[in-house]
Design a protein around this ligand. Structure first.
Ligand code: NCD
Length: 339
């Protein structure tokens, strides 16, 4: 009989994950609701620090850590800025998109997530066409999951980069925020509110800093009662009246891919809700013009407004990289108790 001890069994597979409350992982960002104002302030100031850091120092922060981008919907700004942000911190990134992966063959979100985890992914950035998908992915993998837009639900990093843009334009780039930071500021969100995760995350965040949020659009795209209506938010269907009161006007694309047969008269829509140079000059000559992109020029905004001096649209894009550096860093370091 062999007297030697039983061979040491190497654990090859990660242990099974038990069910848990949300967010399970302290590095996850599933909703802007996960963040209190202190956390919002931390991410804003960390974004500024990381942006100003020597790139050769910065890229040691997450050197060789593995981050997966899992995209079930197309994206230009969000995907690229998350990827550049992770790379700026030294991480290795890999992109899995639904059109070029086994998702096309019918693999589930759970199996895709577990596969990424087995491949060594330490965090997953997810864009999905179903509302709530990031919660499911977190439950299945227990990795930090960053919501890069889930269906018609939320887009928390977009709300943070929008906030950074607003603070740069109206508050000289203040990073510390409290319940009065945007007191006296009226922000109008215009267009397809019903289908917009950008609108929803902004509606959940901006009033917490004291902003008044007006939502403006036709009843098909902005029903009388929407689940996100809360304190600090009002419907104003008259775009011109809303513009007169606004320091910030956030234009939205009509989400054609989510309209599900809804018919809209585009000429009527443009007459009522298009932001033209004339409207802007006469009603809100000082207002900051924002748009999360992609812009459909000639529909929700004219080319002159998109390219004009009041437009902060490209600042929003640049701010995406800074904010996402802070969010990606937090994703990996929060579970180690380092942020
Ligand atoms: C938006 C999105 O995907 O939710 N864009 C973005 O992420 N910057 C808005 C849109 O698609 O209209």
């Amino acid at each position: 009989m062999n007297a030697t001890a039983a061979p040491i069994r190497r654990q090859i597979h990660p242990p099974p994950v038990p069910p848990s409350p949300f967010p399970y992982n302290p590095g996850s960002m599933l909703s802007v609701q996960d963040l209190n104002l202190e956390a919002v302030g931390y991410l804003l100031s960390r974004a500024t620090e990381l942006e100003g850091m020597d790139p050769l120092v910065r890229d040691r922060i997450l050197l060789k850590r593995r981050i997966a981008l899992l995209f079930y919907e197309s994206s230009t700004r969000t995907r690229t800025s998350f990827e550049l942000a992770a790379k700026a911190l030294g991480a290795d990134t890999t992109l899995v998109s639904s059109l070029s992966s086994s998702i096309e063959k019918g693999e589930s979100l759970k199996d895709t997530g577990l596969t990424l985890r087995a491949l060594g992914a330490e965090a997953i950035i997810l864009r999905h066409n179903s509302s709530g998908a990031p919660w499911l992915l977190e439950q299945c993998t227990h990795l930090p999951v960053l919501n890069a837009g889930d269906g018609m639900h939320e887009h928390p990093t977009q709300a943070l980069l929008d906030l950074r843009t607003i603070l740069q334009r109206l508050r000289h780039g203040a990073d510390q925020v409290d319940a009065g930071t945007l007191a006296g500021v009226t922000i109008t969100i215009v267009g397809d509110i019903l289908h917009s995760r950008v609108a929803r995350s902004n509606m959940l965040l901006l009033p917490r800093l004291g902003a008044e949020v007006l939502v403006c659009g036709p009843t098909q795209l902005l029903p009388e009662v929407t689940a996100t209506m809360g304190p600090g938010i009002r419907i104003e269907r008259d775009f011109d009246a809303a513009l007169r009161r606004s320091q910030v006007v956030m234009m939205l694309r009509i989400q054609a891919e989510r309209l599900a047969g809804l018919q809209l008269d585009l000429e009527e829509y443009k007459a009522d809700y298009q932001l033209t140079g004339q409207r802007l000059a006469s009603l809100a000559p000082e207002a900051v013009v924002m748009h999360p992109g992609p812009i459909i020029r000639g529909l929700e905004v004219t080319a002159g407004v998109a390219d004009g001096p009041q437009s902060a649209i490209l600042d929003q894009v640049s701010n995406g990289v800074a904010i996402r550096m802070a969010v990606v860093e937090r994703a990996l370091l929060a579970q180690e108790g380092r942020v």
